[in-house]
Design a protein around this ligand. Structure first.
Ligand code: IPM
Ligand code: MG
Length: 357
């Protein structure tokens, strides 16, 4: 198996080091890691956020392990040269249309959530976000209106095959969990959403065991913070999924905890933390590496097909949190403060101890 490692910008570098130490501790045979530049780091070195040598490596890889991109020094570049474009380019290139973003409360972390502990404790949601279409990839541009005003536009659309393929992933995900699927749209306003809803209803005939419900996105945002336990699996489009997944992540205490998997039809995938490059804390050694470490676990589960190894990493993370170790983003009174490296050390130690016993 070939894994392309793209650490990227800001805290991406620090958290990737810890994630790779955890992967190394698993001692899996036949893993080949290749590193390449991406994002602002790649722009400064090669003049493009997703240079051809990186793309080549990615094309040959079974999985991509991705850190984060985003670099304030690139904010004024033309859009196609900005670091974020690397993520979008990779998603398109690899055809990773299905983005799984689990938001689950770890025991003992309730105090880090903004919700009341008794509500926070119940969070266990998987957001299935479509990742290759929607307003993200439609025709876009700047033009002048007839009156000479500047006008920006971005076209939103989905065709039924795009909705169907993400729908299947969502229904299957629900089958493997609580068998409840909530499809989130804005069908009261958008034609794109009406089609989305129609197709989800058609698909539900193939999954009679799954209880399908529908919710408008504004209401979904409210329900997520009001009573998160009503959600098991949520399926939604690219744009709504972007927004709702950040909210869901934060409910669990910190976006620094949340991994993600972006999967293609053939099982290849890109694995990355849900958070960004956090330039304000980059280089301080205070970033939380757990989202990236848990992304490694998702990679082992979904692309490398070693679910036991994935379980072992997730269990090690749980035990480290049980010990009270906390990076600043999840720190609460009575806990032990930890740096990025100390958190990585602790997970590796737990893994090694578990494998020895
Ligand atoms: C995410 C990010 C990306 C997105 C950005 C970096 C393009 O916010 O993965 O959620 O909007 O999809
Ligand atoms: Mg986002």
């Amino acid at each position: 198996m070939h894994i392309a490692v793209l650490a990227g910008d800001g805290i991406g570098q620090e958290i990737m080091v810890e994630a790779l130490r955890v992967l190394g501790a698993m001692d899996l045979p036949d893993l080949c890691l290749d590193h390449a530049d991406v994002g602002g780091a790649a722009y400064h070195k090669h003049g493009h956020p997703l240079p051809p040598e990186t793309l080549e490596l990615v094309e040959a890889a079974d999985a991509v392990l991705f850190g984060a991109v985003g670099d304030p020094s690139c904010d004024n570049l033309e859009r196609h040269l900005r670091p974020e474009q690397a993520v979008l380019g990779l998603r398109k290139e690899m055809e990773t249309f299905a983005n799984l973003r689990p938001a689950k409360m770890f025991a003992g972390m309730e105090d880090a959530s903004g919700l009341k502990p008794e509500i926070a404790r119940t969070i266990d949601i998987v957001i299935v976000r479509e990742l290759n279409g929607d307003v993200y990839f439609g025709e876009k541009g700047m033009r002048k209106t007839a009156d000479g005003l500047r006008e920006g536009y971005d076209v939103m659309s989905y065709d039924e095959s795009e909705v169907r393929r993400i729908g299947h992933v969502a229904f299957k995900t629900a089958m493997g969990r609580g068998k409840r699927l909530c499809s989130v749209d804005k069908a009261n306003v958008l034609e794109t959403s009406q089609l989305w809803r129609d197709v989800m209803i058609e698909l539900s005939a193939e999954y009679p065991e799954v209880e399908l419900s529908h919710m408008y996105v504004d209401n979904a945002a409210m329900q997520l913070v009001r009573e998160p336990k009503q959600f098991d699996v949520v399926v939604t489009g690219n744009m709504f999924g972007d927004i709702l997944s950040d909210a869901a992540a934060m409910l669990t205490g910190s976006i620094g905890m949340l991994p993600s998997a972006s999967l293609a039809e053939d099982g290849s995938g890109m694995y990355e933390p849900c958070h960004g490059s956090a330039p304000d804390i980059a280089g301080e050694g205070s970033a939380n590496p757990l989202a990236t470490i848990l992304s490694v676990a998702m990679m082992l589960r979904y692309t490398l097909n070693v679910p036991d190894a994935a379980d072992a990493i997730e269990a090690a993370v749980s035990r480290v949190l049980d010990q009270g170790l906390r990076t600043p983003d999840i720190f609460s009174e009575g806990c032990t403060p930890a740096s990025t490296v100390e958190m990585g050390d602790a997970v590796v130690e737990e893994l090694v101890a578990a494998m020895a016993s």
